[in-house]
Design a protein around this ligand. Sequence first.
Ligand code: SAH
Length: 477
Amino acid sequence: MLLTLSTTHEPATDLGFLLHKNPARAQQVEVSTGVAHVFYPEATEQRCTVALLLEVDPIGLVRGARGAAAEGFSLGQYVNDRPYAASSLLAVALGKAFASARRGVSKERPDLVGRPLPLEVHLPALSCRGGAELAERFFTPLGWTVQATPLPLDEQFPEWGDSRLVDLRLTGTMRLADAVNHLYVALPVLDDAKHYWVSTDEVDKLLRAGQGWLATHPDRELITQRYLAHRRSLAGQALARLAEVDDTDAETFDDAVPTDLPADAPADRPTPLAQLRAGAVLAALRAAGAHRVVDLGCGSGALLPALLGEPSFTEVVGVDVSARALQVAARRLHLDRMPERQRARLTLVQSALTYRDARLAGYDAAVLMEVVEHLDPDRLPALEDAVFAAASPGTVVVTTPNVEHNVRYPALAAGGFRHRDHRFEWTRAEFAGWAEGVAARHGYTVRLLGVGEDDPQVGPPTQLAVFTRGVVAEVAA
Ligand code: SAH
């Protein structure tokens, strides 16, 4: 089992400091399944490659009684591809050999651990149930360029088709710790035959390795289930914890205190943007005289408690595509302990907003608070159809970030979106263009407003649109 990792960051030999492994010396690391060798096939200023080669002891693997093979039939214990294919065994070796790198610690090059580096990874024989396509689905959303080539079962007999092995090459610019953590999770997930007993501390290991990327990965459910070897109770635990991660992340930049605020002025700290935004949405709903309201893409319930807190909202429906988000919403709202009269006003519905859903038709108002930017732009017409043409509520309130304002957040000054799952963020002109098009196509009028301080140069942090059905635009006399 072989993995190589190269960089062209100069001086490339810094890789040795980041991995805590001297390029001039081959080293061995003992793991329960054999010996892992770490060595550098090339180490110049311009390019440096580290290789991790795991020499599996197949007899030891079977005798260890913990091997997945031990659960199979007896011949299978001795005749299989375990020793050759990169798999969970290699992940264990990787975890042990590059432990400090995974944690992002380097005594000699502390400044480099946080820097994205140009990296290339090669796994010449990666065991991959789901083939090249799954390898692409795993790595592409993480920012890698993926080249996955299926290996034939036998080169002499191409008609036998492909094996479950792929030759995988990844290129990308990212922090070394992230790259190693991606691989640490990917190897067992793609292999899908975890060789050791999965216990609850695996949940912690997964969440630690997945920090910063797993919560927003489109295949997080598959990854979690496979990593935890299909033990449903553990996967449920992990997914619930990931959902919480999502929530706190969502507000990272919303609540940022402006940098020009003196350090000793917390007493009149500005109202967090999330609160201002919810307040603006509620005000728009009240002004529209809405009583029956659907919160589309309600997430884990940022708006639902406020809606339930106002008796004039007689019926409240929270809708989200994510069952996990709805579970967290139900828990946060203490649905099980909620007084019957309040409980009767609330319904939670799992539904995708890109498909028409008859259950969402006929309401007074619909809210899309910080939702549209989570959809791929080419799915927006489907959302438009489902919300404005099919559900067709009297009022629709939409909020979305104003990307022009991002320069006011120090962490975003150099670019980037406010949340990792955002597929786009609009300027004021772009949002207005979309909103006016939607209104014209579906017989609504639209009013555009800002939420938060209206910066003279870059406008307010949040944009809000109120669509009203069937109001004929005022025509100037
Ligand atoms: N409205 C909440 C949550 C915003 S996060 C708030 O303001 O805090 C965006 C939410 O949209 C997520 O919960 C996500 O699961 C949901 N979402 C994204 N795409 C969706 C789709 N196609 N259908 C339904 N919900 C979707």
